[in-house]
Write a protein that binds this ligand. Structure first.
Ligand SMILES: Cc1cc2nc3c(=O)[nH]c(=O)nc-3n(C[C@H](O)[C@H](O)[C@H](O)COP(=O)(O)O)c2cc1C
Length: 177
């Protein structure tokens, strides 16, 4: 696992190549295997591979989402917020598991934040996406994950330069040493 975590970097530039259906299926299985509070599984995953829809969703934020227009596939992580008060945590866990399975499948991915973000016209990005994708009342959108074959490999994370001062034992301390 550590080896995969060292390799995982956000990827925002993708090859013009579609993703095999079995790889998308593996990514979705990783999400569906995610643990959730009280096992409520409030999430649902919407796969988007329609170019016009990807382009429209890419316009859902002023910054930080334009690259989605050139991604082959995205998965919207949405939740039925009436099921649980920990849907944000549940969706986040499912999302990172899907990103890690993408890495395992030789693909790149990037998280696009939706919750608490707005469109250039100041409409909540979540409302904009729900409207585009006919999401029913009672759901919220946590994030959109972009997936594709990486255009180029990015530098690995550095295992020898981790912010180890963020770790403390028994009592809070912001210095490990
Ligand atoms: C909660 C969260 C929200 C993020 N939102 C965006 C986003 O809206 N757009 C984007 O391009 N990247 C987004 N990212 C990716 C981060 O910018 C990226 O993970 C961070 O800079 C570390 O880089 P790395 O993933 O290459 O290690 C988000 C990541 C997380 C975990």
């Amino acid at each position: 696992m550590i080896e995969e975590l060292i390799k995982r970097r956000s990827c925002r530039k993708f090859q013009d190549k579609s993703i095999e259906p079995d790889k998308i299926e593996a990514i979705l299985k990783a999400g569906l295997l995610a643990p959730s509070g009280k096992n409520k599984k409030p999430w649902e995953f919407m796969v988007i591979d329609n170019r016009e829809k990807l382009e429209a969703i890419a316009k859902g934020r002023e910054h930080g989402s334009a690259f989605l227009a050139n991604a082959p596939v995205a998965i919207a992580v949405i939740a039925n917020t009436e099921k649980t008060d920990v849907w944000v945590e549940d969706c986040s866990i499912a999302a990172i598991l899907m990103q890690m399975e993408a890495e395992n499948q030789g693909l790149g991915s990037c998280w696009i934040q939706v919750r608490n973000r707005v469109t250039p016209d100041n409409i909540p990005t979540s409302e904009y996406i729900k409207d585009l994708m006919s999401v029913p009342f009672g759901y919220e959108v946590e994030c959109i994950l972009a997936f594709g074959y990486k255009l180029k490999e990015r530098e690995n994370n550095n295992i020898d330069d981790l912010p180890i001062e963020k770790v403390s034992y028994n009592n809070f301390s912001n210095s490990y040493f």
